[in-house]
Write a protein that binds this ligand. Sequence first.
Ligand code: AP5
Length: 207
Amino acid sequence: MLNRRTFLFATVTVTLTAQTPKPLILILMGPPGGGKGTQAEKITAEFGIPSVSTGDLLRAEVKSGSALGVQIQAVMQKGDLVSDDIVNRLIADRLSRPDARKGLILDGYPRDVAQAGYLDGLLNERNLPQPLVINLDVAEEEILKRLGQRGRKDDAPETVRSRLGVYARDTKPVLDYYGPSRVRKVDGLGAPEEVYSRVREAIRLAR
Ligand code: AP5
Protein backbone atom coordinates (compact mmCIF):
# COMPACT_ATOMS: atom_id res chain seq x y z
CA MET A 1 0.00 0.00 0.00
CA LEU A 2 1.22 3.53 -0.77
CA ASN A 3 1.72 5.75 2.25
CA ARG A 4 0.65 9.40 2.03
CA ARG A 5 4.18 10.76 1.39
CA THR A 6 4.86 8.28 -1.44
CA PHE A 7 1.49 9.09 -2.95
CA LEU A 8 2.20 12.85 -2.88
CA PHE A 9 5.67 12.33 -4.40
CA ALA A 10 4.20 10.20 -7.20
CA THR A 11 1.50 12.79 -7.89
CA VAL A 12 4.01 15.67 -8.07
CA THR A 13 6.31 13.63 -10.36
CA VAL A 14 3.47 12.72 -12.71
CA THR A 15 2.25 16.34 -12.80
CA LEU A 16 5.73 17.73 -13.53
CA THR A 17 6.31 15.14 -16.25
CA ALA A 18 2.99 16.02 -17.83
CA GLN A 19 3.82 19.75 -17.76
CA THR A 20 7.33 19.54 -19.22
CA PRO A 21 7.10 18.92 -22.96
CA LYS A 22 9.78 16.79 -24.58
CA PRO A 23 12.46 18.97 -26.24
CA LEU A 24 11.69 19.42 -29.91
CA ILE A 25 14.52 18.90 -32.38
CA LEU A 26 13.18 20.20 -35.65
CA ILE A 27 14.99 20.01 -38.95
CA LEU A 28 13.82 22.42 -41.63
CA MET A 29 14.60 21.02 -45.03
CA GLY A 30 13.83 22.24 -48.49
CA PRO A 31 15.58 23.65 -51.54
CA PRO A 32 17.59 26.88 -51.53
CA GLY A 33 15.07 29.70 -51.19
CA GLY A 34 12.44 27.27 -49.93
CA GLY A 35 11.61 29.50 -46.95
CA LYS A 36 13.53 27.65 -44.21
CA GLY A 37 14.88 30.82 -42.55
CA THR A 38 11.53 32.61 -42.83
CA GLN A 39 9.66 29.72 -41.19
CA ALA A 40 12.36 29.16 -38.54
CA GLU A 41 11.78 32.71 -37.24
CA LYS A 42 8.06 32.11 -36.91
CA ILE A 43 8.50 28.79 -35.12
CA THR A 44 10.96 30.39 -32.68
CA ALA A 45 8.52 33.23 -32.01
CA GLU A 46 5.64 30.88 -31.20
CA PHE A 47 7.33 27.84 -29.63
CA GLY A 48 10.20 29.66 -27.90
CA ILE A 49 12.78 27.24 -29.31
CA PRO A 50 16.05 28.76 -30.60
CA SER A 51 17.03 28.21 -34.19
CA VAL A 52 20.40 27.86 -35.83
CA SER A 53 21.19 28.38 -39.49
CA THR A 54 24.49 26.88 -40.62
CA GLY A 55 24.39 29.29 -43.58
CA ASP A 56 24.23 32.29 -41.18
CA LEU A 57 27.04 30.89 -39.01
CA LEU A 58 29.21 30.36 -42.08
CA ARG A 59 28.45 33.86 -43.41
CA ALA A 60 29.46 35.28 -40.01
CA GLU A 61 32.79 33.43 -40.26
CA VAL A 62 33.31 34.85 -43.76
CA LYS A 63 32.52 38.36 -42.49
CA SER A 64 35.06 38.00 -39.70
CA GLY A 65 37.78 37.90 -42.35
CA SER A 66 39.52 34.90 -40.74
CA ALA A 67 41.64 32.52 -42.80
CA LEU A 68 38.90 29.90 -42.37
CA GLY A 69 36.34 32.48 -43.53
CA VAL A 70 38.31 33.06 -46.74
CA GLN A 71 38.25 29.31 -47.48
CA ILE A 72 34.54 29.07 -46.70
CA GLN A 73 33.72 32.02 -48.91
CA ALA A 74 35.25 30.34 -51.95
CA VAL A 75 33.11 27.24 -51.39
CA MET A 76 29.88 29.19 -50.80
CA GLN A 77 30.43 31.33 -53.87
CA LYS A 78 30.48 28.19 -56.01
CA GLY A 79 27.30 26.93 -54.32
CA ASP A 80 29.10 23.83 -53.01
CA LEU A 81 28.83 22.37 -49.52
CA VAL A 82 31.32 23.45 -46.89
CA SER A 83 33.13 20.44 -45.39
CA ASP A 84 31.20 18.23 -42.97
CA ASP A 85 33.88 18.66 -40.29
CA ILE A 86 33.39 22.42 -40.14
CA VAL A 87 29.59 22.42 -40.00
CA ASN A 88 29.40 19.41 -37.64
CA ARG A 89 31.63 21.29 -35.21
CA LEU A 90 29.37 24.37 -35.41
CA ILE A 91 26.31 22.26 -34.59
CA ALA A 92 28.02 20.36 -31.76
CA ASP A 93 28.97 23.70 -30.17
CA ARG A 94 25.46 25.09 -30.58
CA LEU A 95 23.85 21.99 -29.06
CA SER A 96 26.10 22.40 -26.02
CA ARG A 97 24.58 25.74 -25.10
CA PRO A 98 22.08 25.48 -22.22
CA ASP A 99 19.13 26.92 -24.16
CA ALA A 100 19.26 23.92 -26.54
CA ARG A 101 17.90 21.73 -23.72
CA LYS A 102 14.45 23.03 -24.69
CA GLY A 103 15.09 21.93 -28.25
CA LEU A 104 16.53 23.40 -31.40
CA ILE A 105 15.43 24.27 -34.91
CA LEU A 106 18.07 23.31 -37.44
CA ASP A 107 17.89 25.42 -40.61
CA GLY A 108 20.11 24.08 -43.38
CA TYR A 109 21.56 21.15 -41.42
CA PRO A 110 22.00 18.24 -41.97
CA ARG A 111 22.71 18.72 -45.63
CA ASP A 112 24.04 15.31 -46.54
CA VAL A 113 23.70 11.80 -45.16
CA ALA A 114 27.06 11.95 -43.35
CA GLN A 115 25.89 15.03 -41.43
CA ALA A 116 22.61 13.27 -40.58
CA GLY A 117 24.56 10.31 -39.13
CA TYR A 118 26.74 12.67 -37.12
CA LEU A 119 23.65 14.46 -35.76
CA ASP A 120 22.10 11.14 -34.66
CA GLY A 121 25.23 10.44 -32.61
CA LEU A 122 25.14 13.90 -31.03
CA LEU A 123 21.46 13.61 -30.09
CA ASN A 124 21.97 10.17 -28.54
CA GLU A 125 25.01 11.36 -26.60
CA ARG A 126 23.06 14.28 -25.16
CA ASN A 127 19.91 12.31 -24.48
CA LEU A 128 17.88 14.41 -26.87
CA PRO A 129 15.00 12.98 -28.91
CA GLN A 130 15.20 12.05 -32.56
CA PRO A 131 14.33 14.92 -34.89
CA LEU A 132 11.13 15.80 -36.66
CA VAL A 133 11.83 16.85 -40.25
CA ILE A 134 9.69 19.47 -41.97
CA ASN A 135 10.31 19.36 -45.69
CA LEU A 136 9.22 22.56 -47.43
CA ASP A 137 8.10 21.68 -50.91
CA VAL A 138 8.66 24.51 -53.40
CA ALA A 139 8.79 24.29 -57.20
CA GLU A 140 11.99 25.33 -58.98
CA GLU A 141 10.22 28.13 -60.88
CA GLU A 142 9.20 29.80 -57.60
CA ILE A 143 12.73 29.37 -56.16
CA LEU A 144 14.27 31.14 -59.15
CA LYS A 145 11.76 33.96 -58.75
CA ARG A 146 12.42 34.38 -54.99
CA LEU A 147 16.21 34.23 -55.21
CA GLY A 148 16.25 36.45 -58.30
CA GLN A 149 14.59 39.15 -56.21
CA ARG A 150 16.78 38.77 -53.10
CA GLY A 151 20.31 39.46 -54.34
CA ARG A 152 22.49 37.65 -51.75
CA LYS A 153 26.04 37.00 -52.98
CA ASP A 154 25.24 33.36 -53.80
CA ASP A 155 21.97 34.22 -55.56
CA ALA A 156 23.60 34.80 -58.97
CA PRO A 157 21.81 32.56 -61.52
CA GLU A 158 24.79 30.21 -62.10
CA THR A 159 25.35 29.79 -58.34
CA VAL A 160 21.65 29.08 -57.78
CA ARG A 161 21.82 26.40 -60.49
CA SER A 162 24.77 24.84 -58.71
CA ARG A 163 23.01 25.04 -55.29
CA LEU A 164 19.96 23.30 -56.78
CA GLY A 165 22.19 20.55 -58.21
CA VAL A 166 23.90 20.03 -54.85
CA TYR A 167 20.50 19.93 -53.16
CA ALA A 168 19.25 17.20 -55.52
CA ARG A 169 22.44 15.16 -55.26
CA ASP A 170 23.47 15.47 -51.60
CA THR A 171 20.57 16.84 -49.56
CA LYS A 172 17.49 15.06 -50.92
CA PRO A 173 18.88 11.64 -49.85
CA VAL A 174 18.66 12.94 -46.25
CA LEU A 175 14.86 12.68 -46.60
CA ASP A 176 15.21 8.94 -47.36
CA TYR A 177 17.66 8.58 -44.49
CA TYR A 178 14.99 9.77 -42.03
CA GLY A 179 12.09 8.10 -43.87
CA PRO A 180 8.35 8.75 -43.76
CA SER A 181 8.00 8.18 -40.01
CA ARG A 182 10.03 11.32 -39.31
CA VAL A 183 9.49 13.49 -42.40
CA ARG A 184 6.45 15.73 -42.91
CA LYS A 185 6.12 17.30 -46.34
CA VAL A 186 4.61 20.79 -46.24
CA ASP A 187 3.48 22.81 -49.25
CA GLY A 188 5.83 25.83 -49.23
CA LEU A 189 3.88 27.89 -51.76
CA GLY A 190 1.76 30.83 -50.70
CA ALA A 191 2.29 33.75 -48.35
CA PRO A 192 4.74 33.09 -45.48
CA GLU A 193 1.86 33.17 -42.94
CA GLU A 194 -0.11 30.62 -44.97
CA VAL A 195 2.92 28.33 -45.14
CA TYR A 196 3.44 28.79 -41.41
CA SER A 197 -0.09 27.66 -40.57
CA ARG A 198 0.72 24.38 -42.38
CA VAL A 199 4.07 24.07 -40.60
CA ARG A 200 2.44 24.66 -37.21
CA GLU A 201 -0.20 22.01 -37.93
CA ALA A 202 2.45 19.50 -38.99
CA ILE A 203 4.35 20.10 -35.73
CA ARG A 204 1.18 19.84 -33.66
CA LEU A 205 0.17 16.54 -35.25
CA ALA A 206 3.64 15.05 -34.84
CA ARG A 207 4.08 15.87 -31.11
P1 AP5 B 1 21.93 28.59 -46.57
O1 AP5 B 1 22.13 29.92 -46.01
O2 AP5 B 1 21.41 27.50 -45.72
O3 AP5 B 1 21.10 28.76 -47.91
P2 AP5 B 1 20.00 27.84 -48.61
O4 AP5 B 1 19.70 26.52 -48.03
O5 AP5 B 1 20.42 27.83 -50.03
O6 AP5 B 1 18.72 28.60 -48.30
P3 AP5 B 1 18.36 30.13 -48.41
O7 AP5 B 1 18.88 30.85 -47.23
O8 AP5 B 1 18.66 30.68 -49.76
O9 AP5 B 1 16.79 29.97 -48.38
P4 AP5 B 1 15.79 29.52 -47.24
O10 AP5 B 1 15.21 28.20 -47.58
O11 AP5 B 1 16.34 29.73 -45.87
O12 AP5 B 1 14.66 30.58 -47.53
P5 AP5 B 1 14.48 32.06 -46.94
O13 AP5 B 1 13.53 32.01 -45.82
O14 AP5 B 1 15.82 32.68 -46.73
O15 AP5 B 1 23.34 28.04 -47.15
C1 AP5 B 1 24.15 28.84 -47.98
C2 AP5 B 1 25.44 28.10 -48.28
O16 AP5 B 1 26.13 27.80 -47.04
C3 AP5 B 1 25.27 26.72 -48.95
O17 AP5 B 1 25.15 26.84 -50.35
C4 AP5 B 1 26.58 26.02 -48.52
O18 AP5 B 1 27.65 26.49 -49.28
C5 AP5 B 1 26.76 26.53 -47.10
N1 AP5 B 1 26.10 25.65 -46.10
C6 AP5 B 1 25.05 25.96 -45.31
N2 AP5 B 1 24.73 24.94 -44.51
C7 AP5 B 1 25.61 23.94 -44.80
C8 AP5 B 1 25.77 22.62 -44.32
N3 AP5 B 1 24.96 22.10 -43.38
N4 AP5 B 1 26.76 21.88 -44.85
C9 AP5 B 1 27.61 22.37 -45.79
N5 AP5 B 1 27.50 23.63 -46.29
C10 AP5 B 1 26.50 24.40 -45.80
O19 AP5 B 1 13.75 32.75 -48.19
C11 AP5 B 1 14.42 32.99 -49.38
C12 AP5 B 1 13.78 34.23 -50.04
O20 AP5 B 1 12.41 33.95 -50.33
C13 AP5 B 1 13.77 35.45 -49.12
O21 AP5 B 1 13.95 36.58 -49.89
C14 AP5 B 1 12.38 35.41 -48.48
O22 AP5 B 1 11.92 36.68 -48.11
C15 AP5 B 1 11.54 34.81 -49.59
N6 AP5 B 1 10.41 34.00 -49.11
C16 AP5 B 1 10.43 33.13 -48.06
N7 AP5 B 1 9.23 32.53 -47.93
C17 AP5 B 1 8.44 33.03 -48.93
C18 AP5 B 1 7.09 32.78 -49.33
N8 AP5 B 1 6.32 31.91 -48.69
N9 AP5 B 1 6.63 33.45 -50.41
C19 AP5 B 1 7.42 34.33 -51.08
N10 AP5 B 1 8.71 34.62 -50.74
C20 AP5 B 1 9.22 33.95 -49.68
